[in-house]
Design a protein around this ligand. Structure first.
Ligand code: IPE
Ligand code: IPE
Ligand code: MG
Length: 244
């Protein structure tokens, strides 16, 4: 979507919020528990935040669950996380569907195990007719990887003679991104006090507002989410222009 298409709710809140859910490991470690305990607590938080969206006017919620760089973690943590994603789908599918949530996944599925990918496909299919909240889960997602895969597919289309290099502009490239059906995020929130993007939605966040909060993800409440969304409404988005 064009960078000048400001998307806000009637109350001036963000229509598309993207969240870098960070701090699960530190949350667990501060309790003397293994990192996976923090990931379990973090997964439970997702439901509260999704449920808070309709009242806040947030139509699109995109959450960063696993990055293309997270494979660098210990094998135990990676396989624990993969098991947790499967468990999350099993446990939450019905409730998400009942709440009218349309679930999508972005990221490269090639490195994910077949069983998990099948479950992801099934959840997308089950919820395809829903429109109350659009939940997008970024799993084995990296912004550079996404743009690289898009460029590769675009190059292939040109090679096959279906597109000309003259057709290549930002709009065309966007159509090849995993997020092609989604509007750009208005607000990107990162929990846990780190002020970096860590390869999340690089292209799409060109004009997003950022909010970095110190709260660790398992402690991030719907109340804090509502406060951050309310503070978004105070911001002046100029998209490079000067307001009259
Ligand atoms: C975020 O929490 C979840 C994932 C990256 C999967 P972390 O696991 O990064 O938690 P910290 O940053 O180590 O506390
Ligand atoms: C970003 O968090 C990825 C997710 C939240 C899934 P990381 O914890 O992986 O990021 P860095 O390593 O601190 O930059
Ligand atoms: Mg982290």
């Amino acid at each position: 979507m064009a960078a000048d298409a400001q998307e806000t709710t009637s109350s001036g809140g963000p229509k598309h919020v993207a969240i870098i859910m960070d701090g699960n490991g530190r949350w667990a470690q501060s309790r003397g528990r293994p990192r996976l305990f923090g990931h379990q607590a973090g997964a439970q938080r997702v439901r509260d935040i999704v449920n808070a969206c309709p009242d806040l006017g947030v139509k699109y919620l995109t959450i960063f669950a696993f990055s293309t760089e997270n494979w660098k973690r210990t094998q135990a943590e990676v396989s624990g996380l993969m098991a947790l994603f499967r468990l999350y789908i099993v446990r939450e599918a019905r409730a998400l569907h009942a709440e009218g949530v349309r679930v999508r996944f972005i990221g490269d599925r090639i490195r994910l195990d077949e069983k998990l990918v099948t479950m992801m496909d099934e959840l997308e299919l089950l919820t395809a007719g829903n429109d109350r909240v659009h939940l997008t889960i970024a799993l084995n997602y990296g912004g550079r990887d996404e743009v690289t895969r898009a460029a590769k597919r675009l190059a292939y289309e040109i090679e096959q003679g279906r597109l000309s290099h003259k057709d290549v502009d930002a709009e065309t490239l966007s159509r090849f991104l995993d997020t092609h059906v989604l509007p750009d995020p208005d607000l990107v929130i990162r929990t846990s006090g780190e002020a970096r993007i860590s390869n999340f939605l690089l292209w799409q966040s060109a004009y997003a507002e950022y909010e970095f909060v110190d709260t660790l993800w398992p402690d991030f409440t719907p109340e804090e989410f509502a406060r951050v969304c309310a503070s978004y409404a105070e911001r002046d988005r100029r998209f490079g222009a000067v307001k009259a």
